[in-house]
Design a protein around this ligand. Structure first.
Ligand code: V47
Ligand code: SF4
Length: 380
């Protein structure tokens, strides 16, 4: 490293120690010049400042009610054309059975996302929330990405604010962070043209936050984007969080190249890239309480090590994950609570079960009953 480069990394180190916000240029220096040890050391400092020694997990299940999608995102191995052999639409009974299974397994959360079906009306999506909530009111429904909300607006010609309020009134709990991909139009136009752009994605989250709702955010990295695109993406999220404070968690998503058009000639991001992204996200997103190492996407081993590179969350038991497995993820379909707790403990952290809104969940010895202590655990 040249003395000039060294100086810049030292300046950033000082900023992190004094809690000074990092700039776009600082982000590029971290991307291009900082070694992994420095990134880990600095990200860990921020991680422990915000979340102490705790690492969170939750007990959840995924539900993807249809894979039929009008869009053709270049990275998506999950979607199907309307008449394709692999196309499916779950029946009301199958959907309720998934919620029943989730409840009997002690889940606190159902993560619901899917395709934008050519023929199904908004009411079909709303009734999924209404029916599950009516039957299983204790299950938190984290549902529909901003891309889906934007689609609902196009379908109904009603403003998203109204649709969000409508679905909240029948049981919507929070919004997941999907669909963000890379905000920059130079990349977005190439990998997921036509679907909600950066402005629309951010608008949906802003409106939800203004209604008092919480949501997550993601970034899909390791394909055709550059360091500038990634830092730009993080700063757009940081700006919105300054305005609303409604984001809980940021989840960096590593691109899986199998069975999708974008993946031709691109290899899966390395472990080093995964840890770098985790650490840089922790350092740039100084106003996000949590950074999640989603084990389904990173693999169990990197998700575990990531708990020392800025992450304070490993996501949940998951079950029924289809989006990454369609694109070549070789992670197991499910991890039990004991596995998650062991991974976290081995990483030197204290495992804490959380609900979707980061309140601690305490269970009895049979693991069947649970109490929300209401204790919010993030330090800031
Ligand atoms: O938006 C699709 C990504 C996302 C591929 O909010 C791919 O708690 C890699 O957002 N390779 C959906 N990624 C998943 C998501 C998520 C996951 C876990 C937790 C939360 C949360 C949100 O999956 C999509 C897209 O960025 N994706 N295909 C692929 N081939
Ligand atoms: Fe459709 Fe979502 Fe896949 Fe894009 S990522 S094609 S919006 S299912």
């Amino acid at each position: 490293m040249s003395p000039e480069h060294d100086k810049r990394v030292h300046e950033i180190r000082d900023k992190v120690h004094t809690g000074t916000r990092l700039s776009f240029d600082d982000g590029l220096v971290l991307e291009r010049q900082a070694d992994l040890f420095t990134l880990g050391e600095l990200a860990n400092l921020v991680r422990e400042r915000k979340n102490g020694n705790v690492a969170y997990y939750n007990v959840n299940t995924h539900l993807n009610p249809t894979n039929v999608c009008v869009y053709r995102c270049q990275f998506c191995a999950f979607r199907a054309d309307l008449k394709a052999e692999k196309a499916y639409v779950m029946s009301d009974e199958q959907i309720l059975n998934r919620a029943k299974e989730a409840t009997s397994r002690g889940c606190t959360e159902l993560h619901i996302v899917g395709g934008l079906h050519h023929l199904l009306p908004y009411e079909w999506y709303r009734d999924i929330i209404r029916n599950i909530h009516a039957a299983y009111p204790d299950l938190h429904l984290k549902a529909w990405t901003a891309v889906e909300w934007d689609w609902f607006e196009r379908l109904t010609k009603r403003p998203t604010r109204e649709l969000l309020a409508d679905m909240k009134s029948v049981g919507l709990g929070s919004l997941p962070g999907g669909g963000a991909e890379i905000f920059h139009p130079d990349v977005r136009g190439k990998i997921c043209d036509y679907k909600a752009d950066a402005e629309q994605w951010l608008r949906v989250h802003r409106e939800w936050h203004e209604m008092g709702g919480k949501s997550n955010a993601t970034m899909l990295y390791g394909h055709i984007e550059t360091a500038e695109h990634r830092i730009d993406h993080l700063l757009k999220l940081r700006n919105l969080q300054d305005e609303t404070g409604g984001f809980q968690t940021f989840i960096p998503l590593a691109f899986h190249p199998e069975d999708n058009a974008l993946g031709q000639g691109i290899s899966k991001p390395s472990g080093l890239m995964d840890l770098k992204m985790m650490a840089i996200a922790r350092l740039m997103l100084d106003n996000f309480p949590h950074i999640k190492a989603y084990w389904q996407m990173l693999g169990v081993k990197i998700a575990q090590v990531a708990q020392s590179y800025g992450a304070d969350d490993i996501d949940g038991t998951v079950v029924h994950e289809t989006i990454y497995h369609a694109a070549g993820s070789d992670s197991p379909q499910e991890l039990g609570v004991a596995d998650l707790r062991r991974l976290i403990t081995e990483a030197g952290r204290e495992p804490v079960e959380r609900d979707t809104l980061y309140c601690e969940v305490v269970r009895d010895q049979t693991q069947s009953a649970r109490w929300h202590t209401g204790r919010k655990l993030a330090l800031n």
